[in-house]
Design a protein around this ligand. Sequence first.
Ligand code: SF4
Length: 265
Amino acid sequence: MKVEAIFPHGFCAGVTGAVKKALALPAPAYCLHELVHNELVVEGLRKRGITFVESLDDVPCGATVLFSAHGVSPSVREKAKSRGLAVVDATCPFVTRVHNAARDFSERGLPVVVIGHPAHAEVKGIVGEVADGRAYVYPDLPDADRIGVVSQTTMNADEVAKIVEELRARFEVETTAEVCHATKERQDAVKAFCGDAVLVLGSAQSSNTRRLCEVARCRTFRAGTMDELKALDFSGVETLGVTSGASTPESFFEEALKHLKEECQ
Ligand code: SF4
């Protein structure tokens, strides 16, 4: 089997910045939710003294809390302030841009449609920017003539464009909806790959990893750990492209590539 690395892949600027902030924190420190959706990154930080919590109530008063790359809603920021927590904000600037757009639409009286996954931390943070419960996560839609539309940054770029067109047929639309640059260029590279199969290295819970599996124009495999990789059966694959999600460490990519080249070529 011929094994080819697909470029670009792996850490985006937002994840690199978030991990750098986490590594600079003196232990003990707390991180609200997973810093990024990758078990290898989270485990590495846990070993360095960072405790991951799902609620600010689990952070002792006066302690340091890190907000993840996915961002948080204004109510979470207020709560951290009211509890006297020292906040280190690792929200990706591209996510902040989506928050600003949603808040701007909301302040101008437009209901806001968010293209994204309702349970994802990024979407919850964006929805929290919109006043009076006037945020709708597609396909939930308001009864209105004009809407503002934003998108989670790690969606399938083609699907976002398709949904925006669909909404334009029904509403007067103001939109900033698009995936971030890193997501788009990783998806484009996978779509351009012309082998038999693509292996995406990344966690099952990583949105951008799952989207890379979706956009490939051939068979796909996914592995988040070496054990998952070793369990895969590449029978019948002659040319395998290997990429990784924006939260997958390059050390894992290199280890996986080395293994594939040694074992399968
Ligand atoms: S995938 Fe995009 S939005 Fe998410 S952290 Fe990376 S650059 Fe930021």
